[in-house]
Design a protein around this ligand. Structure first.
Ligand SMILES: [Zn+2]
Length: 205
């Protein structure tokens, strides 16, 4: 692409780094911003900078949060004895949207993937074990995608957690998931949490 301006080229190059955004889309977005008021463009860039500088990760569940402890972990109505283990914040949002779950979460920050060089030490595994050791947890629900990486991660975590006196279950995975939880519709996801099965049973099927 030939640009008439270096400033334009730089801005397009930054947008084109975003996932799913090619050069043409990046150019369209940048030209759109150029047509906006200066104040609006300033608000846009300030929101991104503030987000990056001030965002925190909940020190209990590692969900993205504005405070040290997220709103879910600190809500008195949530059942702290029930922990749903998910890959990332998008899964927390998807499950929250079902309004079917009243426990708390543990965000791993990824899945075990030897192909990509991601091992257990890259994930929030130790803090999950610590939570089980110190808190009154009765059940852990694995809500990970039905992929090789999801299965590997559940298998690993189950070995780490099975000596605790807790129930370990997985969300019903007979339903087609399409890989990632965030793409499952709310009714299906809500039902799969309600009809979760003990992990041991899910292996023998
Ligand atoms: Zn939290």
């Amino acid at each position: 692409m030939n640009f008439s301006s270096k400033l334009l080229e730089n801005a397009v190059a930054e947008f084109a780094k975003l996932p799913g955004v090619g050069q043409k889309t990046a150019l369209r977005l940048v030209l759109h911003l150029l047509n906006q008021d200066r104040d609006d463009v300033h608000k846009f860039s300030a929101a991104m900078t503030t987000l990056r500088n001030e965002i925190q990760f909940c020190k209990i569940c590692h969900n993205i949060s504005d405070q040290h402890v997220c709103e879910i972990c600190s809500a008195p109505k949530r059942d702290q004895s029930l922990i749903c283990v998910v890959e990332d914040t998008r899964d927390v949002m998807a499950i929250e949207n079902t309004s079917q779950y009243n426990g708390v979460y543990h965000v791993l920050g990824g899945l075990i993937s030897p192909m990509d060089g991601i091992g257990p030490s890259d994930l929030q595994v130790d803090t999950l074990v610590e939570r089980l050791a110190t808190a009154e947890v009765k059940e852990v629900i694995f809500a990970l995608s039905a992929t090789m990486e999801g299965d590997t991660t559940i298998f690993y975590l189950h070995k780490k957690l099975k000596h605790f006196n807790i129930s370990i279950s997985t969300i019903a995975r007979g339903i087609a998931f399409g890989g990632e939880l965030e793409y499952v519709d709310e009714i299906t996801l809500g039902r799969s949490i309600a009809t979760r099965v003990p992990y041991e049973n899910s292996l023998s099927r």
